[in-house]
Design a protein around this ligand. Sequence first.
Ligand code: SAM
Length: 256
Amino acid sequence: FSRVWLFMEINLDYNNIDFKDKIINLPKGVKIVNIYGDNINISTLCDILENVKNNIEIRCNYNKEINNEFLKRNTYQGFNRSILNMVKKICVENVTSNDYVVDMTVGNGNDTLFLANISKKVFGFDIQDIAIKNTTKLLEENNVDNYELFNISHDKIDIVLNKYKNNIKLILFNLGYLPCGDKFITTNHETTLNAIKSSLDMLKNDSLILVVFYPHPEGKLEAKVVLDYLNNYNLNYTIYKNTPNEDAPYLVVISK
Ligand code: SAM
């Protein structure tokens, strides 16, 4: 068993009598847990998952059902697996099918797909061809057509979407680098700050900018310049953290 721990990824059988003990007491260093088994009861599984330590990625054939269950329970504070659950909750609570929204970092398209499904139309930006391709593919596979993607840096939002000025309901920044992509192509503090300034002009009243910061060195700098700016201009924002761990991603919601 210990040989497997070294790989930081383990498999756990839901039907094993020790399943709950094992998943709650995972040793330090385990990053990914694959859950398998027959007749998985989503509600029971979610009761257990609420106790799992922070920053562990859970993979299971029922990820969609698990996320839906947590959204339904509205127990975000108890469920600390991913800050993106909070992002989704806030999006669902604020966006309607009449709203225009923007995904500022489309990456592999997961957030874009989610936003397309809850809005009138989603606009998406990314500076990488591969990100635009991956996102287009994901949206097409899901029969989504209420989107428009731009292979342009997101700080140009005010130019590219000029005719939607004061008409955007929510703008999402999921910062950092493309998962499974080139880790050297990352968002950076200068363009991120400029993009946030431009985004403020795009929002209609009673609207939100959501920014997920990741605490790698450039991410920390991004957070610092953005928070300094918000403080200097007395802008309204709330920070959401789902763990006391300083090295976990967190969410800043800016409201207009
Ligand atoms: N939302 C994505 C998803 O669901 O898969 C994940 C986004 S990933 C963490 C960050 C993305 O930001 C990368 O794809 C990267 O190419 C993109 N990016 C970096 N700098 C950018 C910029 N100036 N403008 C637009 N996108 C940028």
